[in-house]
Design a protein. Sequence first.
Length: 160
Amino acid sequence: MSKVTLLIVAFSLTFLAACTPAASQHSAQPQNLPLLDIWSGDYPVTALGQLPAGQQESSIGYIGDAATFAGIWKSYMPAEPLPEIDFAENLVIFSRNVDFYNRTNILKVVLDTDGVVEVLAMQTLSARPIKDKVAMAMAVIPRAGIIRLKTGENSSIPVE
């Protein structure tokens, strides 16, 4: 092998090795995010205005700051002490009733390769109308890598 051919092969291998991490990042698989803490209970209809703007009508949403969470928690679990959450590292996601009153639990949270989080929640089935309360579940998840939160079949919101 000539020196020129050897140099081209060495350069090509070096270039491919340098590109490997970037290629493997694009082929990453969706990942299940850990549920660092989780709660389930009733939330008063009169307090729905405390949910973040743009998420007050949605069944799925998130809380990204301590002040908003403190106000919501006071209505959600008034007898319980406010949990300490590092909002620089974590988010609180919620799933709640919008049509009928049904108990709800967050089972799984999946982060896809585009940074979109999907919340998988389970609800009991009833036809009890929503009157003075909705059932709501909340969970703390790591914030890293999250760009958007899927709020419906074809809708999502940016996570700030």
